[in-house]
Design a protein around this ligand. Structure first.
Ligand code: PLP
Length: 376
């Protein structure tokens, strides 16, 4: 393809994923519609088994969203009013939103500026008598420092809930995320690495009693239908989403490999382009990052964002405002400069388009455009 033919790169192309599996997908959706069983049926049960096996977890429970997965995991551990949960502020709002909805207090810890994940060295000094759990996030698909986090949890007798919403298939030393802590929480929102065509989520665990808690709490605490033993919520996975997820799961390993290869291509192009001040993502030696996002740290971020927009390139910012500075969290009393690395990341990072089906030409156009901006 000629250098000049790419004029526009969208942030995502979910339609490309659909086209590739259309012939498998449509008959399965039709089967569900004809069977007339729409919520928590055979597809949900099969998907739970298949996802657990794929992830190397003993159990997986299908729920309505990643946010609910987090809320239910915390509730299964009995976390609520008076408890504190240590977590990064550098994440999607749902991570700490669910801690607050559970009735507990999010206690924020700054990030490691290289991996953008919670800095394990800063956790110990935030542990109090009220701390019940640590909730790390495997942000952008890069695993959090689970060895250090699990060691701290053991020493201080804390529970660990992993936010794996952006990290299906990410691993440390070959062991997948969602198998380190007490529970793992996945989102299958359409843009995630394993995305449904609507909302969906999964809770993983190796512990049968925690699994049984989640299985009751997500249906109003009804371990026996119409007898609520605990206060639960309605958070069910439906059959159509489960049927779609089952098919996508069969393609996931290949799609993740492609995503990782495309991220590698970006990094290679950037290292060849030698653009001063532009820092490609770092991957820890023992880790497999599945690159839910491809993040650059850059000078003059907002100007670059506008320049790329003029070039037809939809880059994004994840996230423009850290959670501790969100209005909804003002009751916690954080102020600016409380978490310097988190706040610096919100000013200096940009996310480049990375999706199933992105072409070499599109990636080259993007890297060329970034180089052009700094050469001006
Ligand atoms: C997407 C996401 C969630 C929430 O998942 P939903 O399915 O949208 O509710 C939680 N945490 C992180 C880090 C996410 O990216």
């Amino acid at each position: 393809m000629d250098k000049t033919t790419v004029k526009k790169v969208p942030p995502l192309r979910l339609d490309l994923e659909f086209k590739e599996i259309e012939k498998e997908l449509l008959p399965e959706i039709e089967k569900v519609l004809r069977a007339g069983h729409y919520i928590l049926g055979p597809n949900v049960e099969a998907f739970e088994r298949e996802f657990a096996a794929w992830n190397g977890s003993r159990f997986a429970a299908g729920v309505a969203s990643g946010t609910d997965a987090l809320l239910l995991a915390l509730k299964a551990l009995g976390i609520g009013a008076g408890d504190e949960v240590i977590t990064p502020s550098w994440s999607f709002f749902a991570t700490s939103g669910s801690i607050a909805w559970a009735g507990a207090k999010p206690v924020f810890v700054d990030i490691d500026p290289k991996t953008y994940n919670i800095d394990p060295k800063l956790i110990a000094k935030k542990i109090t008598k009220k701390t019940q759990a640590i909730l790390p996030v495997h942000l952008y698909g890069h695993p959090a420092a689970m060895a250090e986090i699990m060691a701290l949890a053991k020493e201080h007798r804390l529970k660990v809930v992993e936010d794996c919403a952006q990290a299906h298939g990410s691993a440390i030393g070959g062991k997948k995320v969602g198998t380190f802590g007490d529970l793992g929480c996945f989102s299958c929102y359409p843009t995630k690495n394993l995305g449904a065509c609507g909302d969906a989520g999964i809770v993983t665990t190796n512990d049968d009693s925690l699994y049984r808690e989640v299985k009751g709490l997500h249906v109003h605490g009804e371990w026996v239908r119409y007898f609520s033993d605990k206060l639960g919520i309605n958070s069910r996975l439906d059959e159509i989403q489960a049927a779609i997820l089952r098919i996508k799961l069969r393609h996931l390993d290949g799609w993740l490999d492609e995503r990782i290869a495309a991220a590698g291509r970006y990094t290679e192009l950037f290292s060849k382009a030698k653009i001063g001040g532009v820092i490609p993502p770092y991957v820890e030696k023992t880790c497999r990052s599945t690159f839910h996002q491809y993040i650059l740290r850059v000078p003059k971020r907002d100007e670059l964002l506008n320049f790329l927009k003029e070039k037809g390139i939809s880059a994004g910012v994840y996230y423009p405002r850290p959670i501790h500075l969100q209005k909804a969290m003002s009751f916690l009393g954080y102020k600016e400069n409380d978490l310097p690395e988190t706040e610096r990341a919100s000013r200096e990072t940009i996310s480049l388009p990375l999706f199933h089906g992105i072409t070499n030409e599109e990636q080259e156009y993007i890297v060329r455009s970034v180089a052009e901006f700094y050469a001006r």
